[in-house]
Ligand binder design. Sequence first.
Ligand SMILES: [Zn+2]
Length: 181
Amino acid sequence: MRTELVSEPGDHGRPNEDFASVGLPASGQGGSLVLLDGVTPPPGNSGCLHSVPWFTARLGGALTELTVSLPDVPLVEALSRALTRTAEAHAGTCDLSHPRTPQATVVVARWSPETVDFLVLSDSALLLASPDGTVTAVRDDRLDRVPRALLASAEICDARARNREGGFFTAAADPSVAPAR
Ligand SMILES: [Zn+2]
């Protein structure tokens, strides 16, 4: 199978905050892909000593490893474990309960010779092409249901809408954010 990965920062004046990987286990049976889009924080204190790239590298690395090393563990559980592992890496130095703690959108897909599993969190999309050429977009539609008035204010959006039921969900420090699929 041929794989291509391309990643560019949204703003060339800033470091790339995204993570992308493909894991192909030595068994040769299937594989997984991980895409994280780091959420650029507003200026100010985030409670965290680390950068968004630090966060996405750790979460993405853990997720890549877990999805290929534990093929029978559901993706929701793998994301929960990866979030726990990443949180443990800086729980001793940072305030992970801060609403601006580093976070990211998540796309994970894992395939075997028979099946494809996937998980999409927040506003990244997964496009699936079937053998007949049909392309299906997989999105987390919770963002569409956030009231426009909330989205109009970045401050309120960060502090209240994100990771609240009725708002939208990104992967930050809380393992329970993993969606049920
Ligand atoms: Zn930190």
